[in-house]
Design a protein around this ligand. Sequence first.
Ligand code: FES
Length: 486
Amino acid sequence: MSHLLPLSRVAKLVGQPRHALQEMIRGGVLATFDGMVELDELLRVFPDVKWDDDAEFRRVQEIKDKAFAKRVLERALPDKDVLVARLNALGNDYAAAKALLLHYGNVMTWLDEKIDEIEEDQSAETRHALHTVRAFLLRNLAEVPPDAVQAQATIAQERIFKIMSAHVTIQPSGHEFYVEGNDTLLEAALRNGVSLNYGCSNGNCGDCKARVLSGEVTKVHAHDYVLKEAEKEAGVVLLCAYAPVNDVVIEANVAGARDIPVQQLTAKVKSIEVFNPHMAALHILAPRSQRLRYLGGQSVDVSIDGVKGRYAIASCPCEDRHIEIQIPRRADDAFVESVFGSLKANDVVKVEGPFGEFVLDEDSPRPVIFLAFGAGFAPIKSLIQHAMSLELAESMDLHWLADEAGHYQDNLCRAWADALDNFNYLPHALTDDPEAVLQSIVMDYPDLHRFDVYAAGTATQLEQARRHFVAEGLHEARWFAGVMDT
Ligand code: FES
């Protein structure tokens, strides 16, 4: 009986990023069947992986031992109805497997008796053959091969994953993610950078309606929005009120930059982080009842006491209520002076947006070069984090050409490079000859036609860079520019 696993679950089991497995599939190293991996194939390709079937149980125990606040503990574990439904499904699987084993046992007993019955009238040669077959079957049933022990550990690990999380595929876009803890489908999608339609996020507006194509979901939050009977029969649910019981396929639209409406919200300052005299970050916390919908790389207008500025967002859409903008210090700018001077935590700010179409092409499987000129690092940071949460690119290289503010988040970039096999960080010091730096960068990519390039800086810097990249083979259509001086 074959045991098929989705690729993203295999990635979790073997501790490899999904793009690394996709590379193995493309190279013919790992075989798939309808996008799934057979357990035997998994064990063949990863014979040395140590299957630690206690890891997830230990994680739960640690959460308890550390005596997290009740709310944190509740978030880490699936909703109790979801847990019951998942255990129920597991129980059914176990019962079916046990019934099948019983049946195989009965067939073996019958075969044993049948051999006894028919061997009496047979020749010595046939009796010998029948004995050989019986001995072979009994010997193989008595000995559990080492492969089976490893398969058992893998299945046990996978079952624990299935209790703690469920896999979601969004159609027609093909986005995939896991719903973990007591997240709803909507919360998990946003956490994974998938921009689904929604409005209130608390069951009132109906904007998050989507259809369940396969799998089972259950309501985990009450909602005031009333679904029509025909919608319910068609499998329509509210993503902000439902969680998956098992692996599900959902039909829902993933928003592009033009689909997300401009929103206005009143938020609070969480903190101000002054990196150096030239650069600061403003961390804003959106209200619980109204998050800001945006995509990595977009901008917002922020106003404080009527003084307004438009800035690129530096945070990831997957960061729940947190919005970060980075603000270079400019002379005679009242907004900038208030950020560097009088603004403090809990002050009220008004946010309007998002604006702009400097966003990821989520359909592109190409390797990516990110090019940040000075404060252009802000939208690039947002794009990188968004790409990471979507596990999008095969490889990502960040070239950061410093201005007077320097590489003010150098440690963060180095931490990304340490943590991710497919991320390279290449800082370039402030120079009076940017043309030479750009030329040296493009010369490192003899196969530029394979890449997407996302660049952020002033219009002049971007035009200069575009000429170098296109001259060395980059397709014009794969150049994405975020202009910072508008
Ligand atoms: S987002 Fe409003 S009902 Fe779900």
